[in-house]
Design a protein around this ligand. Structure first.
Ligand code: UDP
Ligand code: MG
Length: 314
């Protein structure tokens, strides 16, 4: 079987509700594409019917390749498994819930054919509630302010990258993965394409608040050390101001003899500096935790089973 030119990477975690619609849309799309394509479905340790549906599909339709992860490793690692496996020259990443319309393929491929290596989707209007939207906005503003590399606003993992970008990204085996950050970090010619982000076709979001928070922290702590520098700066400011305060107190003690009024001030400073110290330890801890997981050099994921070209590989 000759190698495909286009690979679609779609991770799915408990997506049996949207699965039939996803397959419909993908089938219609692949039929319209003039390039040979494969769809790589990654089952991220689902505990509903998803794995079964994937298996049934891939065994009868060799355009669908399936990787079944041994447990739930999370969206970013599921995508990484897909990136490791993908054989195409043009690789498109999308969600299983059809929030990112697969048909944007045509806009992506147009840009790639113009010579871009990374084409990322930029969400025109988010359909999420205002709280989630507020958090996203705050996060991307913060990230861009402090990151050493620009990470495009309102863009997620949805996009198309060429073979050489995939290879560049795959060489980063870092454990706490923030792929959209890595994608920006590797460089090459990049461009954004706006699209309208839909509502989930069916089912409920699989990203819990906890998983989202982890992703956000990975984005920050993997791409900047500014939080550590802020610690040094704020620590210095604290020491300086407490020295000033000390001098003022000494002067007042000897000139005006009115010092014992300071009980609240003492309490306040103790709490403030205690807080600063805990915060500092926490920030350092975030880096140490990442170093800890990185030095272990653990594999990013395990594959329980694959179905490639309609054949099961155990
Ligand atoms: N997903 C995954 N593993 C997880 C959580 C999510 O593979 O642990 C997949 C999910 O099936 C979907 C994509 O990641 O295809 C995006 O998830 P979701 O729609 O819940 O995120 P949101 O759109 O709310 O950011
Ligand atoms: Mg979604």
């Amino acid at each position: 079987m000759d190698t495909p030119e286009v690979s679609f990477i779609i991770p799915a975690y408990n997506e049996s509700e949207v699965f039939p619609e996803l397959v419909d849309r993908m089938n219609t799309l692949i039929d319209r594409i003039d390039k040979k394509s494969e769809v790589i479905l990654i089952d991220d340790g689902s505990n509903d019917n998803t794995a079964f549906l994937m298996e049934e599909l891939a065994l009868k339709d060799p355009r669908y390749q399936c990787l079944f992860l041994s447990r739930n490793f999370g969206h970013q690692k599921a995508l990484s498994a897909g990136l490791d496996f993908a054989r195409g020259e043009y690789i498109m990443l999308l969600d299983a819930d059809l929030q990112d319309p697969p048909e944007v393929y045509f806009n992506f491929i147009e840009k790639v054919e113009e010579g871009y290596d990374v084409v990322y989707g930029v969400r025109q209007n988010r359909k999420e509630g205002w709280i989630k939207r507020g958090f996203y906005n705050a996060f991307y503003t913060l990230l861009n302010k402090i990151s050493n590399y620009p990470i495009p606003r309102d863009s997620g993992d949805f996009g198309m990258i060429t073979r050489k970008v995939v290879e560049a990204i795959n060489r980063n085996r870092e454990e706490s993965r923030f792929l959209r950050g890595l994608r920006s970090w590797v460089g090459f010619r990049q461009v954004g394409v706006t699209y309208e982000r839909m509502e989930r076709a069916a089912g409920v979001p699989k990203y819990t608040v906890k998983k989202l928070l982890k992703l956000a922290l990975d984005g920050i702590f993997n791409f900047t050390t500014i939080p550590i520098k802020l610690l040094t700066i704020s620590g210095s400011i604290c020491i300086f101001s407490s020295l000033v305060y000390f001098v003022i107190t000494v002067i007042r003690k000897y000139l005006y003899h009115d010092v014992p009024t300071g009980f609240t001030a003492i309490l306040f400073t103790v709490i403030l500096f205690g807080g600063f110290q805990l915060l500092s330890l926490g920030i350092i801890g975030e880096y140490i935790q990442r170093i800890f997981f990185q030095v272990k050099q653990r594999p990013l994921y395990f594959i329980r089973k694959k179905i490639v070209n309609g054949e099961e590989i155990l």
